[in-house]
Design a protein around this ligand. Structure first.
Ligand code: TRP
Ligand code: ZN
Length: 511
């Protein structure tokens, strides 16, 4: 049995009783089991720092322009072993690459033909001297690679796209790696682990993306680890009658002679690859500019309009409440993408949270809208340094979801959650990364901290967290250090008990 409890179910528990509020003893239907850890931690600092980014020794370089065919190997990255040049993520040892820093992805996708025709320009800076570098890419046929406009030899091995640089790069030097590719992008089959396939999702009504944690490589070649954040531009060409939605804002739009539309979206704030998302199809886009200058734009598929009703009208109020609590919203735009699908989950894609009609039309719409909005601060602006820091995303978003739920007269979720025995947050595997303990024990961790140190100091910590790590990544240790600095070592000790201790601590009384 897998232990994943869909977010929908968790939030239904939260919202089932807007305005009851007195049945604190009623337990939710969550089963607590023991974690069997299959993770092998490979995070030793020396391993992480390994600076070699080289082609796999047995790699046969393909010639630029030749289709090298099925790359074979473990495409998914779910089980891939650590390569010499991988980041060495404890949960996904095979993903991401060290040796360079991506500053920008310029992704162009053409959906007017039977297959997707694509080109991605990756602008990167070498951090060490490089003769070759690896990108992550799952599926797709690679047609050509050029580095600073010179043809490059390349090969593929599982999800590694190995690029032999025509001219070696020295540390500090930048380059533009252009990858031309085509095919029908397919999501990664996660088997038993997560109840959804990751990455690019093609449907008869259009396309959308749900990548977290390792699915971005299904639609663009990337350094697919949250650590390497970059600025994104996505240009899409869609057939007549369709629209193309992307992160950030539209900066250019043109019509082709065949009635097709080409739209260019740009997100100017750094983003982790897993949060990049697009959608194509018949979308109704509503835009509103707030007094603060923040652009709200929601994109609702025409077949999802009825299910969406007026749920999105609370965004403005929610935004104002969160800005007061967490500090200014970190990006220039925000909005929700609603697709005509029963997803069973929502996902906090940067500036464009993804929802299906199931959640949108359920009583949990508001709590989950709050959850995904909170992720823009916690998870998106501050991203996890490694995947086992995931509670920094889900715990914070859950805390914010509970906070909002109470504000709108819903149930006090901490009184429900505190009575549920939950595994500590450690030894995470791909299968347990989004288990309910990450959400609920993570949420309780913050609530316990708030009760222990009081609202003011707690607020200071939240704002300092953003101040220091906004635009980048942070680890659990970074959080513990910040708590120690601002609230003292007793507070940070209890935070670490809440995260790591086999038995769950008692929640302090509210004061
Ligand atoms: N981060 C999502 C949330 O807000 C859950 C999630 C993780 C997810 N991976 C996903 C949703 C992939 C959709 C697809 O809780
Ligand atoms: Zn979440």
């Amino acid at each position: 049995m897998h232990r994943f409890i869909p977010l929908l179910l968790l939030a239904l528990i939260a919202s089932a009783c807007v305005s009851t509020g007195d049945d604190a003893t009623e337990l939710p239907e969550v089963e607590a089991t023991t974690t069997t850890s299959r993770a092998q931690r490979t995070t030793a600092a020396d391993e992480r720092a390994d600076p070699t980014t080289t082609a796999a020794p047995d790699a046969e370089p393909g010639l630029a322009g030749l289709d090298v065919g099925d790359p074979g190997g473990d495409m998914s990255g779910l089980t891939a072993a650590r390569l010499p040049g991988s980041i060495g993520d404890p949960t996904f040892p095979g993903i991401g690459n060290v040796g360079y820093d991506v500053t920008r992805y310029d992704v162009s996708l053409d959906f007017t033909g039977p297959e997707m025709q694509a080109q991605t320009v990756v602008t990167l800076t070498a951090q060490i001297d490089l003769e070759a570098l690896n990108l992550d890419l799952v599926g797709m046929d690679v047609d050509e690679i050029r580095v600073d406009d010179e043809p490059a030899l390349f090969n593929r091995d599982g999800r590694e796209l190995i690029v032999r640089l025509p001219n070696p790069l020295t540390a500090g030097q930048s380059a533009e790696v252009l990858v031309a590719y085509h095919g029908t992008p397919e999501p990664i089959d996660t088997g038993e682990g997560l109840p959804f396939n990751l990455g690019f999702q093609a449907r008869t009504w259009g396309n959308f993306v749900a990548s977290e944690p390792i699915g971005a490589a299904t639609w663009f070649p990337s350094n697919d680890h949250p650590q390497d954040k970059a600025i994104f531009a996505v240009t899409m060409t869609v057939p007549a009658g369709q629209s193309a939605i992307g992160p950030g804002q539209v900066v250019e739009e043109s019509q082709g002679p065949d009635g097709s539309t080409t739209v260019r979206w740009e997100a100017r704030e750094p983003m982790s690859t897993y949060l990049a998302s697009i959608a194509t199809g018949e979308f109704d886009v509503q835009t509103e500019v707030l007094d603060s200058g923040l652009v709200l734009r929601h994109a609702v598929h025409v077949d999802a309009i009825r299910a969406t009703g007026d749920e999105l009208q609370t965004t403005r109020e929610m935004m104002e409440a969160f800005e007061e609590q967490f500090g200014p919203y970190p990006f220039a735009t925000y909005g929700v993408l609603v697709v005509p699908e029963q997803l069973g989950f929502a996902l906090e894609n940067q500036t464009l949270s993804l929802f299906g009609t199931d959640i949108m039309s359920s009583p949990s719409a508001q709590p989950i809208l709050a959850h995904e909005l909170a992720h823009q601060w916690f998870g998106n602006n501050i991203s996890p340094a490694a995947w086992d820091d995931i509670w920094l995303n889900e715990g914070f978003a859950t805390w914010a979801e509970w906070w909002w739920t109470e504000r709108i007269g819903g149930r006090d979720m901490t009184t429900v959650a505190r009575t549920v025995p939950m595994d500590p947050i450690k030894d995470l595997t791909p299968d347990t990364l989004f288990d309910f303990n990450i959400y609920w024990r993570g949420g309780l961790t913050l609530e316990a901290l708030r009760r222990e140190i009081g609202d003011d100091v707690f607020g200071d910590i939240l704002r300092q967290w953003t101040e220091r790590y906004g635009g980048g990544v942070a680890s659990t240790q970074n959080f513990l250090d910040l708590v120690t600095e601002i609230a003292g070592s007793d507070a940070s000790n209890s935070v670490s008990q809440w995260i790591f201790s086999p038995t769950m601590p008692e929640l302090p009384a509210d004061r």
